[in-house]
Design a protein around this ligand. Structure first.
Ligand code: ADP
Length: 873
């Protein structure tokens, strides 16, 4: 909409247009009395998105300005809805009291709300961080990133190598899961990257100056009050610093508040954590169910492990699940702490009860910092602080070295607690401008004023009695309303008795209301006292808030320690309930699990069958797992990955015994069908995920490959699967520990051909028409698919099943004919080649006659096998 020259418009509209010009990308909520109004295009947008009535306001222009508005007391819910749709909202308030200002009320933007900077607890999940992320790139090389959660004060920075395809970038994004992303010019110019980012997040370009290395660094130093960044060990991380400095600038601009609660930098070093890509997180259902609509509590690893009592603990545990450690000492320290809680049921119960009383200290600190902490929040803070001394004592008294270190660091804050206890009323209202928030006995003046207003009630009662006597009107009563103040009310039938000194104020249908000079005097005393006591309460509360703000660091420090204790207690409690055991982390390459279970699947059923696993850098590098559909292959593979991951989190694991090698990454390539929603062909997705694995896996990685090559024709698929296994297994190339599930039973032939490959199958038994799943994994391959039996179990009609069997028989017959016709084309050539290459390698001169005979037996046996495989049986 064209906006006419500002000279024509009313002064208020001019004020509006100026503010709008400064915030062009926000919907401007302009405070007008009891409403926030939107104008012009903003009004059109908001009326559409919020289903508000679009009206108009004359503003000095030719046409009326489109306008719509929301009442001030309901503004939060409207803003939430707009934020959820990806809009930014600038809130403009009246900065001076309209009743007291001459002319135009002063107005200004007090805050800009964006998806990543919401602090309103009604939109935030208490156990999930809400991150805004900043990304910086300047030419090839490194990418800097920085993430902040303004609702908790979390702030981090890090760097990643630019790998050209942004694979690493998206791995980090999938770990952080930001709500909003701001980017530097270098990123904004990369069209394909922006497209990918915008597909998943709210992305905005941000001012170039803010990312400037000098400016960014200055910004960081001044915010964290540092002389240099060496204390955090990030002084050389130029790209990370650029991202972090710009992020702070963005937060300052949008929050317009002191960000006192952002008081520490956590520096992210990729090598300290296990790397997990988006596909792996999804496949292993770490925090989100694969299928939408299913409960995260019941289907995800986090849902299973999270028995935290506090919101901070919940967020910390989510962080742990999202980024398992790779440092053995750090992992063992966590395991020690879990073990201490696991063996001490009494302490676990006591700390659990105490933590139940702890509120979200981090978000309370955020409210302190924003100046929005109300008296109820102050009470929550008091209750939270009240249990810290007992937690500290209990943990110390229990004498577990692994936990004592935390307890030592807990700050009892008894002084602050005492102040809160004495100052804050027990049942305060949510607003802090109406009194009732300061406890009696805390401030003498408030008490006196309150007394004046309570005594005033006595005075009124006495006056009422006196007037009844004086006038002889028994029904006379003193009342109060907001417009007229105190009055004496007399019903119609007694009008004749009203004395002359009464001054008429208001006439009602059945009564008249009067005042007297005496009543007026009392009114002033009472109302004046009330007004002053409310104002004084506010003042006292504000200074209390200021005092608390000075202790944000100490409160937040406690929050972190309590969160950590909460996580250990939670993991120990899960371990106890489900019979987990402490894993042994090793630096060697051996993975050995005895009676392992899938932690989530076993909870959804009775009679889960435990299985063993042995993987190492030597003979048991690649397990080729065959077995009919539904046998339990995916479950088995995932259980190995989850046990490995849980061990790296510092959790006990669902197994009788587990020896887990330190693992740098877990890769999964599972069931292509789930990726359809991405709009790529399933085969393409499968191949690009496989490519990622082949390009990035190391000998320290754990690989899960499920049904590679299913998305294309059989021989194509088989050849690809075969070549992939060869490559992975090759120590010179990758040599990673791998679980490879496949329905190509031909792959069983790799055992013996390739060093490090062993066959396993998950057992099933045919029983007449049916198949019985035994769920036990055993050595050796399979050559049956049971596909039709499984189809039958799934309820496919009998006629279809019968027809399928007929077709299968025909196909098998045709297959046999074909392979007889062209023996060279199918898998058997592999076998021939193997026999031939063994023959070629024979150094006949060096063999004893006995060895030669043995070799001949051996080779002729293998040659027979190869021929058999090609012939009709
Ligand atoms: P596959 O990958 O071989 O098709 P899945 O791993 O998807 O099979 O397993 C199919 C179902 O079998 C699972 O949903 C689960 O209910 C059950 N199952 C798997 N493993 C076990 C086990 N070890 N014990 C009991 N039931 C199992």
């Amino acid at each position: 909409m064209a906006i006419l020259p500002a000279s024509n418009v009313t002064p208020m509209m001019r004020q509006y247009l100026e503010l709008k010009e400064q915030n062009p990308d926000c919907l401007l909520f302009f405070r007008l009395g009891d409403f926030y109004e939107l104008f012009f295009d903003d009004a059109v947008t908001a009326s559409r998105e919020l289903e508000l009535v679009l009206t108009g306001r004359s503003c000095g222009m030719e046409e009326r300005a489109p306008m719509c508005g929301v009442p001030f007391h309901a503004v939060d819910s409207y803003i939430d809805r707009l934020i959820a749709k990806g809009y930014k909202v600038a809130i403009c308030e009246q900065l001076t009291d309209p009743a007291q200002s001459k002319g135009l009320v002063e107005r200004g933007i007090i805050r800009i709300v964006t998806p990543g900077t919401v602090t309103d607890s009604s939109v935030l999940d208490e156990k999930t961080n809400n991150y805004v992320l900043s990304l910086y790139k300047n030419g090839p090389g490194k990418l800097g990133f920085s993430a902040a959660d303004v609702s908790t004060g979390a702030f981090s920075l890090g760097e990643i190598e630019d790998d050209g395809q942004n694979t690493r970038l998206f791995e980090e994004l999938s770990r952080i899961q930001p709500t909003e992303v701001i980017v530097s010019e270098g990123i904004a110019e990369d069209g394909s990257l922006m497209k990918r980012l915008k597909g998943a997040y709210y992305v905005y370009g941000y001012a170039k100056w803010a990312f400037d290395p000098e400016t960014a660094k200055k910004n960081l130093l001044s915010h964290f009050r540092l002389a240099d960044l060496s204390g955090y060990g990030c002084e050389g991380m130029t790209e990370g610093i650029c991202a972090a400095g710009a992020l702070l600038a963005y937060l300052n601009e949008t929050q317009k508040n002191a960000l006192e609660h952002i008081n520490a930098i956590s520096v992210y070093r990729r090598s300290s954590f296990m790397v997990l890509d988006e596909a792996t997180r999804r496949n292993l259902e770490l925090t989100k169910p694969i299928r939408e609509g299913r409960s995260a509590k019941k289907t995800t690893l986090l849902g299973l492990l999270d028995r935290t009592k506090t919101a901070m603990g919940g967020r910390m545990l989510r962080g742990w699940v999202n980024q398992p450690l790779t440092d053995k000492r750090a992992i063992n320290a966590r395991l020690d702490a879990v073990a201490a809680f696991a063996e001490d049921m009494i302490l676990r119960a006591a700390i659990g009860d105490a933590l139940d009383k702890v509120y979200d200290l981090e978000r309370l600190c955020s409210r302190l910092s924003y100046g929005t902490l109300n008296a109820r929040d102050a009470l929550s803070l008091k209750h939270s602080l009240s249990v810290i001394p007992s937690i500290k004592n209990d943990v110390l008294a229990a004498g577990h070295p692994a936990l004592s270190a935390f307890a030592e660091k807990l700050d009892p804050l008894t002084g602050l607690h005492a102040i809160l206890e004495n100052a804050v009323a027990e049942d305060p209202p949510a607003v802090i401008t109406e009194g009732g928030i300061i406890k009696e006995g805390y401030n003498g003046q408030i008490d006196e004023l309150r007394q004046a207003s309570t005594e005033g009630k006595d005075w009124l009662n006495k006056l009422e009695e006196a007037e009844k006597d004086a006038t002889g009107i028994k029904t006379l009563k003193i009342g109060f309303n907001k417009v007229f103040g105190y009055y004496i009310e007399i019903t119609k039938s007694h009008y004749a008795l009203v004395p002359l000194r009464y001054e008429r104020k208001q006439t009602l249908a059945n009564a008249e209301r009067f005042i007297t000079p005496e009543l007026k005097e009392l009114e002033e005393k009472i109302l004046g006292a009330q007004e002053r006591s409310v104002a004084l309460e506010y003042e006292v509360f504000a200074s209390l808030r200021k005092l608390l703000t000075e202790h944000i660091d100490r409160i937040k420090n406690n929050a972190g320690l309590l969160a950590e204790l909460d996580c250990y207690r939670s993991l120990a409690s899960v371990a106890e309930s489900y019979g987990y055991s402490r894993p042994k982390l090793t630096a060697g390459g051996r993975l050995s699990i005895t009676d392992g279970r899938h932690p989530v699947v076993e909870r959804s059923m009775t009679g889960f069958v435990p299985n063993d696993t042995l993987l190492d850098g030597g003979e048991n590098r690649v397990l080729v797992i065959t077995g009919p559909n539904m046998a339990g292959k995916s479950t088995y593979m995932r259980q190995v990955a989850l046990i490995t991951l849980m061990a790296h989190i510092g959790s006990f694991v669902p197994a009788k015994k587990a020896e887990i090698p330190l693992t740098d990454r877990i890769f999964t390539r599972v069931g292509a069908s789930d990726d359809l929603s991405f709009g790529q062909s399933t085969f393409m997705v499968e191949m690009s995920e496989t490519a990622n694995i082949l390009n990035n896996a190391t000998a320290k990685s754990l690989l899960l490959l499920d049904e590679i090559g299913r998305g294309t024709s059989t021989y194509d698929g088989l050849s690809i699967a075969w070549a992939v296994v060869e490559y992975i297994c090759d120590k010179a190339k990758i040599g990673a520990k791998t679980l490879f599930a496949t329905h190509f039973h031909e792959l069983s032939e790799l055992e013996g051909l390739l060093d490090g490959v062993v066959n396993y199958r998950i057992t099933a038994r045919e029983s007449g028409e049916d198949v019985i799943f035994l769920r036990k994994i055993v050595r050796g391959g399979t050559d049956k698919s049971f596909g039709i039996q499984v189809a039958r179990l799934a309820g496919i009609p009998q006629t279809v099943i019968a027809r399928a069997k007929e077709i299968l028989r025909k196909l098998e017959a045709a297959e046999i004919n074909r392979s007889v016709e062209s023996k060279e084309e199918t898998a058997p050539p592999r076998k021939y080649a193997a026999v031939l290459s063994e023959l070629a390698a024979v150094k006949a001169d060096e063999l004893t006659p006995f060895e030669a005979l043995g070799l001949l037996y051996d080779l002729s046996e293998k040659a027979r096998e190869a021929l058999c495989a090609a012939k009709p049986q």
